[in-house]
Every structure is written in C-alpha cells, then in structure tokens.
Design a protein around this ligand. Structure first.
Ligand SMILES: Nc1ncnc2c1ncn2[C@@H]1O[C@H](COP(=O)(O)OP(=O)(O)OP(=O)(O)O)[C@@H](O)[C@H]1O
Ligand SMILES: [Mg+2]
Length: 277
C-alpha cells in the first residue's frame, strides 16, 4: 500500500480503537494451552453480563474461534467499504480469517508483512462500533501477529497469558511476559489451564502435572495470577461441538465453569487497576 493509504488506514485504526473502552489480547508462549478456549469464554461471559463485546481472531494459520463458536461456514459481509463482523447471540461481534476464506482447511501461506496487513484491516476496516471490550485471540508464541497488535494498539489494556502447569510451558510463558514488558504492554495476568484433571467418574481433581507452577512464576515475575482452570474432558467435547462452556446453564455447571467465572472477575478487576483477592 502506498504511504498515503497506510497513513489513512492508521488514522482509521486510531479512530476505531478509540471507540473501544478495553482491548485485551490473549497469548501464550506455546501452542495448545487453551488460549482460544479462554478468549471465547471470556468474550461470552462479558457479553452475557451485558457488556458490548467484540472477539477478534488473529490466529491466521489456525483460526479456531469460529469452530469453537459453532459458526464455521458463515461469512463476513462487506457494507459500504467496511467489513461487518459476524454476530453471535444477536450482538457478540466476531471476526476471524475463517469467516473470510472460503475453504478453512487450506493452509494460509503468508509472510510477515501480509499478516500485518491483514491485522491492520481487522482493526481499521471492520465496523466494530463502540464496544466495552475487544478480546483478541492470538496464535502461540511471540511472532508477527501479537507484535502487530501491540504496535497498532499501543494503548491496549494488557495481555492475558495462558500456560499449563508443566515446567517447559511455564518457561515458555515467561517469554510471553518478557515480550509484553519489552513492548511496554501491561500484563493483565497469568492463567494456569489444565491444572489438575477432573475425573469423570469420581469428579475429584487429580493432580496429573505439577499444579501451582504458574502462580509461583507469576509471583517471581511480579505479575498478577488470575487463577487456574482444571482439565475437564467435557471441555474438549464442548470445544469440538462449538458450544462455549460459558453458554451452559447453571444446572449444567462444572467446576471449570466456576473457575472460569472467578478468572473473568479477576480480569475485570485487573484492568480497572483493582487489587486481586
Ligand atoms: N481446561 C481444559 N480442559 C480440557 N480441555 C481443554 C481445556 N482447555 C482447553 N482444552 C482443549 O484443548 C484443546 C486446545 O485448546 P485451545 O484450542 O483453546 O488452545 P490454544 O492455545 O488456542 O491452541 P493453539 O495454540 O493451537 O491456538 C482444545 O481441544 C480444547 O477444547
Ligand atoms: Mg488457539
């Protein structure tokens, strides 16, 4: 894009982002730790509590948000030069590359600059409107995609870092914390996911990996610990079926549901600069 075009887009991004009160990016040091699960349920919980919410999937190689929301096959519309987000629940605004590409099973082969260009469009050319929250789900690691977000939205509220209890995963999440610190982005806090296993038979939490490592790591790095989420086989089924845990009724609640609610409360407290319990 020529210089003038880039400048205009930059201004559009600024303008659009100024209409969104809180922007939060979910990231991790390594893959498969539960970022998308956290991002989708965070957006859902906030939306169900009456907030105006957008959910942006910047995982361009493995955009899973649409699958986890059960909206695969839907497509975004263009309206007067702007992209309209897809709305679930009549109002929760979702944007993902999976809702743009015709075939979601074909790999996206893009170099860094093209990825940044796509993310610029997601921020500047989507009609987000005024929102209380924009939740951003990123691919694993500290690559082009989260870097673009931090550069394009320098006023971002912070990053939520998801990890699992194993030593290597926690070591990797340290890199995500360092990444945020280097870019002067606040770390909203760390979540330990798959923290113990809820036995489907006895319903007790069995400690399969070492629990509690993320909380210790958070203390060492002087960043907030937002809470832990148990491993619950039901979550895998729900994820595959496109049903967010947060959409289940009270009667279907699992321990994970309660853990998640407490984490969302802690995230809301953390971005309002309140102390966590
Ligand atoms: N607490 C949990 N209990 C059981 N399964 C879980 C839990 N959290 C996530 N999962 C499952 O683990 C798998 C990976 O989760 P998810 O896709 O959210 O991870 P991710 O960090 O976004 O992965 P990627 O790095 O590939 O983007 C999914 O099948 C999901 O349903
Ligand atoms: Mg993901």
């Amino acid at each position: 894009m020529e210089k003038k075009g880039v400048e205009e887009q930059q201004n559009r991004i600024k303008e659009q982002m100024s209409l969104i009160a809180h922007k939060i990016m979910v990231m991790s040091g390594k893959g498969g730790v539960g970022k998308t699960t956290v991002a989708v349920n965070l957006a859902y919980t906030l939306f169900l509590s009456g907030k105006k919410v957008g959910l942006l999937d910047i995982d361009l190689h493995g955009p899973n948000v649409a699958k986890m929301l059960g909206i695969e096959g839907e497509t975004l519309r263009n309206n007067e030069g702007k992209i309209e987000p897809f709305e679930v629940l009549d109002g929760l605004k979702v944007v993902s590359l999976a809702l743009i590409l015709e075939k979601s099973d074909e790999p996206v082969i893009w170099r860094g600059p093209l990825k940044t260009a796509a993310i610029r469009q997601f921020l500047g050319d989507v009609r987000w409107g005024d929102l209380d929250y924009l939740i951003i789900d990123s691919p694993p690691g500290t690559g082009d995609e989260p870097l673009s977000i931090c550069q394009l939205i320098p006023e971002i509220d912070g990053t939520v870092i998801v990890t699992t209890p194993q030593d290597v995963a926690i070591l990797d999440s340290t890199k995500a914390v360092m990444f945020a610190k280097k870019l002067n982005i606040p770390v909203t806090g760390i979540i330990e996911n798959m923290s113990g296993f809820i036995c489907p038979y006895c319903h007790r939490n069995i400690n399969i990996f070492k629990k509690g490592g993320a909380e210790k790591a958070a203390r060492t790095m002087n960043v907030p610990f937002l809470g832990s989420i148990s491993f619950d086989p039901k979550m895998v089924e729900l994820g595959d079926a496109g049903i967010p845990l947060a959409s289940l009724s009270e009667t279907e609640e699992s321990a994970v549901h309660k853990e998640f609610k407490s984490i969302v409360e802690n995230i809301e407290r953390a971005i309002q600069n309140e102390n966590l319990p």
